[in-house]
Structures are given as C-alpha cells and as structure tokens.
Design a protein around this ligand. Structure first.
Ligand SMILES: Nc1ncnc2c1ncn2[C@@H]1O[C@H](COP(=O)(O)OP(=O)(O)OP(=O)(O)O)[C@@H](O)[C@H]1O
Ligand SMILES: [Mg+2]
Length: 414
C-alpha cells in the first residue's frame, strides 16, 4: 500500500532538453553501466541522435509543412492535451505521406511539444527511437517527425475513438460508454501490446501505462502510444534497471516508487490499476471522493479479494452485462497484478491468456443470448456509476463542472 500517497512524491521538474547530438541508449537516454543482450532484435549499441533519426524509416517534415497540415495549429483541430503539449488533427497524402491541404487526404494526429514542457527532447527522441523500430497491431504507428530549430513534433496514425480515458471518465454524447464486451476487448488489446514489449525479442519496459495512453481505432482496437518514458529492460543477469522515478501518480508500482528499480513487473502493476479502472469506472486517483476512496487501489483491494463483495467495485453502468463468474475472474486478475511483491504478479503473457479466456466465455454467453444468467447486482450499491451522483450522468452541467478533475500527467514522481 502507500503507492498512491507516498510522502516522497515531488512536483514536476524540467528534464534535459539540450538539443546537442550525444550518445544515447536504445531508449534515447544516456547510457549507464548495464551490459546489453545482443540477442535482441533491435540494435543494442548506443546510437546518436542522427543515427536514430536516419534509421527510423520515418518521414521528416518541416515545421511549415505541419503548420499547413493542421490549419496553422488551429484550436478547432485540437484532439487533446498532455504533458508533452497539444495534439492536433492534420492531413497528409496516404501514399506519398506528403502534407496536403487540411481536409483532404488521410487524417493524422500531430503532437506538438510545448517549449516549456518538462517532457522534452529526450522523450521526443525516445518516442522516435522505439516507435521508429517497433511495430505491432497494439502499438500506435508513428509516421514522421519534425526537428527544426526549437520545434519538436511527432506525426501519428489517427485514432478516431481517442483515448480510453475519454470514454471511461468524460461525460457527454461525444464519448460512447464502454460496454463490458468492449472493456474486455480493450483490456486484452492493451495487454497484448505490453506482452509484446516485454517479450524476449523486444524487452522494453513501457513505464507509463494508463488509460490516456491507450488509444482506440474505429473498431475499438487498443493501441499503446507515448514511449517517451519507455526504457530497455534489464539484460544479462541484471534483475532491474535503475531510473529516476518517472510516471503518473496512481499507476506506479510501490517498489518502483520506493527504490527506482524498474522491472517488467512494474508495468504489470500499472496494468492492474488500469484493469481496475475498467471494472469500476473510477479514476486511479480522485480527490473529489471521500477520504478512504481517493486512491482506487487502496479502496478496492479488500473487495477484489472477497468473492461475495466484488460487486462493490463494479461500475454500475455495466449492470446486467457480465456474469458473476466473469466479474470474479476479472477482479482476481486485477488483484494478482496489484500484488505488493512483484514476484507474485503474473507476467503479461499470463495476463493475456487469462483475458483471452474471459473474453471467450463472455462471447459464448453473448452468442447464446444467455443474459438471464447475468448478474443483476446493484454495482457499488450506491445507486450511481463512477461514484458520481446520478444527476451528473444525466448531463447536469453544474455537477459535471464540480466533479471535473484535472487529468493525470506523467511527471517526476520521486
Ligand atoms: N494518435 C492519436 N489519435 C487521436 N487522438 C490522439 C492521438 N494521440 C493523442 N490523442 C489525444 O490527445 C490526448 C493527449 O495525448 P498526449 O499523449 O499528449 O497526453 P496524455 O497521454 O493525455 O498525457 P501524458 O502527457 O501524460 O502522456 C490523448 O489523451 C488523446 O485524447
Ligand atoms: Mg499520452
């Protein structure tokens, strides 16, 4: 416990945004003493900034080109805001990837680094370094970048349904509520993305797994974005890599917060937090709640391990959509991922298998029209989803304003 409210959590500090070319590891960070495993499929030798950019197979854009593609970074085309800066809708030609006039060609997402953003050049380069080399159906595609004077931008495939965070926690007709079937599909897709990163060929620790970094395509296929904090996993006989404690409040594993020792099991813990957010419709940290409920993991853990009380945790918007057994199995999986001791957490391959089985049993029930067997339990028993008053879900603007909560962003945690 204590992962949520560690007294050592400090505020954001600026990271190095020096633009000089230098030796960096595969993750774009200064190299440290760990030996490297030469069996990995990605070159393990430290690479200079120039080498990373040249070998990435990504398209290089000028600032003016991206300005044109986004209608001069028009506020109307903002898709979202994060710690890095704003993300704009833009347009390029599908075949040549050259920018086109706004409104013609293929839509892309253009992320523009704020000059004053603490997530700076290092994270921008790490993103290119990883996404320029790694390809998987559950990782978002990076198409290109811009490096010009002080400007740093990234061009991604456009994910029409936006982030999971928006669907789970934002209200309004724009964001469709996620059904139980969709939540299982998304959790499985995101788990496959993490399992791919952790695989022996790739060996990458993602370090910033959270709902805002899971993006959705038209069919709700989940893809991980934002590799700015990703690191190479330990190699040889090393059990961990040592890092500054970076991440997002509420998602970081307790041992990582305490020691800075990063392992793939730190990602598994963050996956457990996200799974819990999917089950409950509650944010990892929510200061608008009564004390005792503000940290989701601390509040939910006693219910997750108790088969008869597991429904206290479930999002009441899901009522009638899942069976008792399914809820219990999903809660048990979240509980295992959230084990305080990393060695008791499953690895991501095991998580993927558990979710595949869960999804199969759900699909069977849906196919058989077996809704009668599904539970008609009253969610948290409090008569409101998300833990918010029912009036909020009915669109009360005042209530929505009152409960509006600043979005969590990645920062230096320790
Ligand atoms: N490829 C994309 N397609 C569509 N929308 C996107 C895309 N990338 C980002 N967005 C939108 O922009 C928002 C901001 O993304 P961004 O990655 O900058 O910040 P974040 O993930 O919310 O926070 P952090 O800075 O901590 O990563 C996302 O939550 C999402 O709604
Ligand atoms: Mg993000």
């Amino acid at each position: 416990m204590g992962a949520c409210w560690s007294s050592r959590i400090k505020s954001v500090s600026p990271s190095n945004t020096g633009f000089t070319s230098r030796s960096v590891s595969r993750d774009g960070y200064d190299i440290h003493s760990n030996s490297r495993n030469s069996s990995a499929s990605i070159p393990m030798t430290p690479r200079s900034e120039g080498e990373i950019l040249q070998s990435s197979n990504l398209k290089s854009y000028s600032y003016n080109e991206l300005k044109m593609a986004t209608k001069n970074f028009c506020p109307d085309s903002v898709l979202g805001e994060g710690g890095f800066g704003s993300v704009f809708k833009g347009w390029i030609d599908e075949h040549s990837l050259a920018v086109t006039r706004a409104g013609t060609g293929m839509v892309v997402a253009v992320k523009k680094l704020n000059q004053e953003s603490f997530q700076g050049h290092k994270e921008w380069l790490a993103e290119i370094n990883y996404l320029g080399q790694l390809q998987h159906p559950n990782l978002v595609k990076l198409i290109g970048y811009c490096l010009e004077d002080q400007h740093r931008l990234l061009v991604y495939e456009y994910m029409p349904k936006g982030s999971v965070e928006n669907h789970l926690f934002r209200r309004g007709s724009h964001f469709q509520q996620l059904s139980w079937t969709l939540r299982l599909k998304i959790s499985l897709g995101a788990a496959r993305g993490l399992a791919f990163l952790h695989s022996t060929e790739t060996k990458v620790i993602y370090r910033d797994f959270k709902t805002s970094n899971i993006l959705l395509d038209t069919n709700y296929n989940a893809k991980l974005s934002d590799f700015g904090l990703a690191r190479d996993g330990p190699t040889g006989d090393k059990s961990h890599v040592s890092t500054r404690v970076m991440g997002t409040h509420g998602y970081a594993a307790p041992e990582y917060l305490a020691t800075g020792h990063l392992t793939a099991k730190s990602d598994v813990y963050s996956f457990g937090v996200v799974l819990l957010e999917m089950l409950s419709g509650r944010r990892a940290i929510d200061k608008n709640r009564p004390s005792g409920e503000q940290c989701l993991v601390e509040w939910a853990k006693p219910y997750l391990s108790n088969k008869r009380r597991v429904f206290r945790v479930m999002d009441s918007r899901l009522e009638g959509q899942y069976s008792l057994t399914q809820a219990q199995r999903a809660a048990t999986l979240a509980f295992q991922c959230l084990a305080v001791e990393p060695k008791y957490r499953p690895n991501m391959d095991e998580v993927v298998r558990a979710l595949e089985q869960l999804r199969e049993s759900n699909n069977d029930q849906v196919k058989n029209g077996d809704h009668k067997k599904r539970s008609r339990v009253s969610g948290s028993g409090l008569g409101h989803h998300n833990g918010l008053p029912a009036s909020t879900s009915k669109g009360s603007i005042d209530a929505a304003k009152k409960f509006n909560y600043p979005r969590p962003s990645a920062s230096l945690l320790y």
